[in-house]
Design a binder for this molecule. Structure first.
Ligand code: ADP
Ligand code: MG
Length: 719
């Protein structure tokens, strides 16, 4: 066996057991490394604390004296816990997180220092972060600015300060800032609508709970696969005889090595205040899921980014690698991240939770129907928000969920909406009579029975929240959550205006609400789908309905820069036209780089590893064939194999050569979008599958001893 594969397998199969000690009861260490409100209250003067907590709650500005006090308290707290450095922690558009560490130690005075100015703002050497041309056009520098709504935390020996990343001329250069603006937009819009019913509500906040799927492989096996190392997914590899057909992995018992890893990263996550709560096996072998309890969306988003980082770091200690890529292994389930989302008022009402009171259910229906309408109106934007080279392997590629956006609501709510649509124009009456006539007195409080079964829907109502399931496993969820909150904000604003108009025409308030809802139910019916989202019938049916089915990233991204999109992004103060265009440049470039890397890795592996191996094996067979012939024994079967191998070698060689030529041509294209499309259609589209097919066939023909790449079955069945 080739040495790399062989040593990797030997090492992977002889790992010492790693013991994970529990640091005690979770309540004793949860949030230990977080500088949260409790810590602040202990360390800050009461008036300072009041200012900070108001800033966190209501988004008010923090003056420099207050910032100084917070900085000083944070420094004392962090240094007593062993921190030596601090960093502004931010989420550039590369998709990961970034940090630049500075020491607290001030050599001049010989003591540790941390000033309010350093807390509030920092100028990272950010010239290498993507800006889509914004920074060169406007102003060369950008800065990071403290986000007090997401608490500081200690990571290693560094105090991390969650920040946004902005250019000096004010353009947003990161993932987090637009999300915060979209959150403000939906807060304003939703609060105004709720106040039609309930004046006590003064704020509405979105919540998010991310179910994170992931694969785990042994570190040495990972390192023996250049494709995994370079691009996060295997570009070759034949399916194991036992894949996920048996479904025996799902909810089965967790392999001990993985279980220890889970325990370990959960402890670290909990110390950082990430409320991880559930763990289980997923559908594919070696695939798992972790889900935290939902939180305020901004914090939940930071926590998801941090959790992925924690998992990757902790995995090192277990000689494991975590894969978040949307499709690391062909033929097996991909990796997604269900985004569970709801809107919750400052009085504690979840606006997506059906109530036992018919009257309150009208409010529920307002939010429920408006969300469906928002998805209907802006399905293309939602689709764009989850577009990535990795996610293209899931969406619309014979896997769940499809690239067609649709909403699943379950049979109970379907009949409620049907009835409401039919029963409009009832007389306004006191008490619950009117609601009975509208048919909205029958909404059961708990609708979990039929809402959770449809796992094929990209956007499903699951009892008291919507679940955006098409989000990719490796993605920063800020982008899809920005879009979701934005489109719901926009939709609620339109709703409010229409209700006001109806009232102006003399309608009673509740009837005005009902009338507009009925119209929306009718208008948005096309987006509702209760059937199997993976089926071919749905693709046909969706086409008939006129729903879009954009299967690739470069084209899906177009939705961000349509007139309609620019209008709502600007109207709600989330992103300007320029920012949207700059972002798309980055997304297209990112896509190009990903496909380019994959194409190079493919070419390199095929030409330098696979073909030579196949040729060697072929030579052995030729010897064998000649030997047989010399003995006068039929060598027909051996010759057949030789011919097959030759055929695949020929395919690989010619296709790889043409792919390289194609890449050269495509690289000359100047326009980023055009180039991304060319990479999609002409490089990936024309060559990847063909080359892979031939390589995977060779894997089945060539002697297992000789095969250079670690095989799927070797990677996927860790115990
Ligand atoms: P399932 O696998 O059935 O979808 P899980 O329990 O694995 O359910 O995940 C559900 C996720 O939804 C959890 O992160 C949970 O905290 C979150 N969640 C529950 N209620 C809400 C809500 N009102 N808003 C946002 N997220 C929620
Ligand atoms: Mg789910």
């Amino acid at each position: 066996m080739t040495t790399l594969r062989k040593t990797a397998l030997e090492r992977a199969n002889s790992r010492p057991k790693i013991k994970v000690e529990s640091p005690g009861r979770i309540s004793e260490y949860f949030g230990r490394d977080v500088f949260g409100l409790l810590e602040m209250q202990k360390l800050l003067a009461p008036d300072v604390f009041k200012k900070v907590s108001r800033a966190i709650d209501a988004g008010t500005k923090i003056d420099i004296e207050t910032a100084d006090a917070v900085a000083s308290a944070a420094k004392s707290w962090a240094t007593t816990k062993g921190a030596t450095h601090y960093t502004h922690w931010f989420q550039p558009l590369t998709g990961s997180t970034a940090e630049k560490h500075d020491t607290f130690f001030d050599a001049l005075s010989g003591i540790e220092k941390f000033k309010g100015t350093a807390l509030v703002q920092q100028e990272p050497d950010a010239s290498s972060f993507p800006s889509g041309g914004i920074r060169s056009t406007f102003e060369a520098r950008g800065y990071t600015a403290w986000d007090p709504t997401s608490p500081m935390f200690i990571y290693g020996v560094t105090l991390c300060i969650p920040t946004i990343f902005v250019s000096f001329t004010g353009e947003l250069l990161d993932n987090k800032a637009p999300l915060m603006k979209a959150v403000d937009a939906v807060d304003a819009a939703a609060t105004r609508v709720v106040q039609l019913f309930d004046k006590k509500v003064t704020r509405v906040k979105p919540s998010l709970g991310c179910e994170q799927e992931y694969f785990v492989v042994d570190k040495d096996l990972y390192n023996a696969r250049p494709d995994l190392v370079m691009g996060g997914r295997t570009v070759f590899g034949h399916n194991p005889a036992r894949g996920q057909q048996l479904d025996d992995h799902y909810f089965g018992s967790i392999p001990p090595r993985i279980y220890n890893f889970m325990k370990d990263f959960e402890i670290e996550a909990l110390k950082l205040g990430i409320p991880v709560s559930t763990r289980h096996n997923e559908v594919a072998p070696s695939q798992f899921e972790v889900a935290p309890v939902f939180e305020d969306i901004n914090v939940a988003t930071d926590h998801n980014q941090l959790l992925m980082d924690v998992m990757s770091k902790v995995a090192e200690g277990h000689n494991l690698k975590v894969l978040f890529h949307e499709k690391p292994f062909a033929g097996l389930n991909g990796t997604g991240k269900h985004n569970n989302w709801s809107l919750i008022t400052n009085t504690g009402i979840n606006l997506f939770k059906p109530s036992s009171s018919a009257r309150e259910n009208l409010l529920f229906l307002v939010f429920f129907v408006n969300t469906i309408k928002a998805v209907y109106e802006y399905a293309d934007l939602l689709r764009a928000s989850i577009a990535s080279a990795g996610n293209d392997h899931r969406l619309g590629a014979n896997e769940a969920p499809p690239a067609i956006m649709s909403v699943f609501i379950g049979s109970t709510l379907t009949s409620v909406l049907d009835e409401l649509e039919k029963n409009g124009n009832v007389k306004v009456e006191k008490g619950d009579n009117m609601y009975m006539k509208l048919g909205i007195d029958k909404i059961p409080q708990i609708i979990l029975d039929n809402t959770d079964r449809n796992r094929t829907s990209p956007f499903a109502f699951t009892g008291n929240k919507f679940e955006f399931r098409a989000v990719g496993g490796a993605q920063n969820v800020a982008a899809p959550m920005t879009v979701l909150n934005l489109i719901v904000a926009q939709q609620l604003n339109e709703f409010y205006t229409e209700v006001e108009k109806e009232i102006g025409k003399g309608a009673e308030k509740r009837m005005a609400v009902v009338n507009v809802l009925r119209k929306y139910i009718k208008d948005s019916k096309k987006i509702r789908f209760e059937g199997d989202g993976y089926s071919d019938e749905w693709v046909k049916e969706a086409a008939k309905r006129g729903l879009e089915n954009v299967k690739d990233t470069p084209r899906a991204l177009d939705a961000y820069i349509t007139k309609k999109s620019k209008k709502i992004f600007e109207a709600n103060g989330v992103l300007s036209e320029k920012e949207l265009e700059a972002r798309n440049e980055i997304y297209w470039e990112n896509y190009i780089m990903k496909i380019q890397i994959e194409s190079r890795v493919m070419g390199d592996l095929a030409a330098n590893h696979i073909v030579p191996t196949a040729v060697n094996y072929q030579n052995k067979l030729i010897q064998n064939a000649n030997g047989l012939k010399g003995l006068g024994i039929s060598n027909k079967e051996v010759v057949k194999v030789i011919e097959k191998i030759s055929g695949y070698i020929h395919t690989i060689q010619t296709e790889v050569d043409s792919m390289i030529e194609e890449r050269k041509r495509v690289n000359k294209i100047e326009d980023t979008r055009e180039k991304a499309i060319a990479y999609c259609d002409d490089v990936k589209g024309k060559y990847f599958d063909k080359i892979r097919y031939a390589v995977d066939k060779l894997e089945l023909l060539v002697d297992d001893e000789d095969w250079p790449l670690v095989k799927y079955r070797e990677m996927l069945f860790l115990r």
